[in-house]
Design a protein around this ligand. Structure first.
Ligand code: TXA
Ligand code: MG
Length: 353
C-alpha cells in the first residue's frame, strides 16, 4: 500500500521499506533495487549511507526527496574498485594518486574534476565529484552487486545527526527508502575525511576517519580549509557546499565546554544550577558525575568520542533533554573531526574554560 504525504514542499510516496541483512542473497536483492532506480540504505565503516545509481539522475533525485536535502548539496560517489576512479574523474593529479594509494579503501573521500557524463543531480552542478571507496565489506559487496557507482549521502533526515546504528536509519528512513540493510554499528562513527585534490595542494574540507597527521605523512603540504571550524557567513561560498547547512542537530540545544577537566566540570555544574527547570544531558569524556543530569559517556579518547557522538546526540533526544553540555578537549588526531561535528551540532556555541 502506498500513502502520499506532503513534506519538504514536495510530494513523496511513503514506501514499504524492506529490511535486509548482509547475507549474499539480500545484498543481491539490494543491488538489484539500486540498478533498477531505487534507493537503499547501507552500512559503511563511517556512517550509514543512502544509495542510488550515480548514473541515474532520477534515482538520485529520490535521495534528495527522502532526506529533505537542499538540491545544491552534492553527493559522494561510492565505488568498489579503484579502476572506477578513472571512469568518473577527468584528471587524477599526482597528489591524488598518492592519496588514493594510501587511503583507499577507507574512511576517505577525494574531490577531483568530474567526467562530463556524471549527472548534475549528483554533483549539484559542480565540475568536481567526490569519490569514496568504502572499506566495509557489505558496502563494497552492495556496490559490486549494483554494477554501477553508488551516489550516497549519510542516511539521516537532513539536519539530523548521521546514523551510526541500524536503528537510527530505521527511525529516519522507514517509509522513505526502498530497503535498509541492517549491518550493525558503524566503527568510525564520523563521516569520511573529504580532501579536495583537484588543485595543487590537497585541502581537507571535512575532517573524519583519516586524520590530518595521516594525510601529512603522505603529503606534508596538506592543509585544513578555514571553514572546518568557523561558521560560514551569508556572503561566503564555501568549497564544500555542505558546510553552510545546519548539521547534526538534535532537538536539544548543544553547548560545548572545552578545556581542562576540573575547569570543565566546574563550568558545567554552574550551567546546570543556572538551568534547574530544564532536562539536562551531559556528554562526558572525563567520566565526570553531575547531579540532576542525564550522563552519557563519550569514551576515553577522541576515537571513542567519534564513535559515540552521533548515537549520544540521538539518545539525548529520546531521553527528552532540553540542553546538552558536551565536555571536550582536543587530545589526538581524531580530535579535529570530533571538534568539527561538535561545533556544528552546537551552532558554534562553545565555552572555553
Ligand atoms: O563517510 C561518508 O562520507 C558518508 C558515507 C555514507 O560514505 N557520506 C557522507 O555524505 O557523509 P554526505 O552527503 O552526508 O556528506 C558529503 C559532503 C557534503 O557536505 C557535500 O557538500 C560534500 O560532501 N561534497 C560532495 N561532493 C562535493 C564536491 N564535489 N565538492 C565539495 N564538496 C563536496
Ligand atoms: Mg550528511
Amino acid at each position: 500500500m502506498f500513502l502520499y504525504k506532503q513534506e519538504w514542499g514536495a510530494i513523496i510516496i511513503e514506501k514499504q521499506t524492506k529490511i535486509l541483512t548482509s547475507s549474499p542473497e539480500d545484498i543481491r536483492e539490494a543491488g538489484k533495487i539500486i540498478a533498477e532506480g531505487g534507493i537503499v540504505a547501507f552500512p559503511t565503516e563511517t556512517v550509514y549511507g543512502l544509495g542510488a545509481s550515480a548514473l541515474n539522475g532520477n534515482a538520485v533525485k529520490k535521495i534528495f526527496a527522502a532526506k529533505g536535502r537542499p538540491s545544491d548539496n552534492p553527493l559522494i560517489v561510492h565505488i568498489a574498485d579503484k579502476k572506477q576512479i578513472s571512469e568518473i574523474a577527468e584528471e587524477i593529479t599526482p597528489a591524488a594518486e598518492k592519496l588514493i594509494n594510501a587511503f583507499m579503501p577507507g574512511p576517505f573521500t577525494i574531490i577531483l574534476k568530474k567526467k562530463q557524463y556524471i549527472p548534475d543531480e549528483v554533483t549539484a552542478g559542480l565540475d568536481t565529484v567526490g569519490i569514496r571507496f568504502p572499506e566495509n565489506e557489505t558496502a563494497a559487496a552492495l556496490i559490486k552487486a549494483a554494477g554501477v557507482p553508488v551516489a550516497a549521502p549519510s542516511a539521516n533526515l537532513s539536519g539530523k545527526p548521521s546514523p551510526t546504528r541500524a536503528k537510527h536509519v530505521k527511525d529516519d528512513m522507514t517509509g522513505r527508502a526502498d530497503a535498509i540493510i541492517d549491518g550493525g554499528d558503524c566503527g568510525v562513527g564520523v563521516e569520511s575525511t573529504i580532501v579536495d585534490a583537484s588543485g595543487e595542494t590537497p585541502v581537507i574540507l571535512r575532517p573524519g576517519g583519516i586524520t590530518l597527521e595521516d594525510l601529512r605523512a603522505v603529503i606534508p603540504s596538506a592543509r585544513v580549509d578555514e571553514h572546518v571550524l568557523k561558521a560560514v557567513s551569508d556572503d561566503e561560498k564555501p568549497k564544500c557546499p555542505g558546510m553552510k547547512y545546519t548539521h547534526y542537530s538534535p532537538d536539544a540545544d548543544v553547548i560545548v565546554v572545552e578545556g581542562e577537566r576540573s575547569a570543565v566540570r566546574a563550568e558545567i555544574n554552574r550551567l546546570i544550577s543556572e538551568n534547574r527547570n530544564k532536562t539536562i544531558g551531559v556528554l562526558t569524556m572525563y567520566e565526570s558525575a553531575y547531579d540532576d543530569a542525564v550522563i552519557l559517556s563519550a569514551g576515553k579518547d577522541n576515537k571513542e568520542y567519534a564513535k559515540n557522538l552521533f548515537a549520544a546526540l540521538r539518545e539525548f533526544d529520546a531521553l527528552g533533554a532540553d540542553m546538552i553540555f558536551a565536555e571536550f578537549r582536543e587530545t589526538d588526531g581524531y580530535g579535529l573531526a570530533v571538534k568539527n561535528r561538535l561545533y556544528r551540532a552546537a551552532g558554534n556555541n562553545v565555552i572555553h574554560v
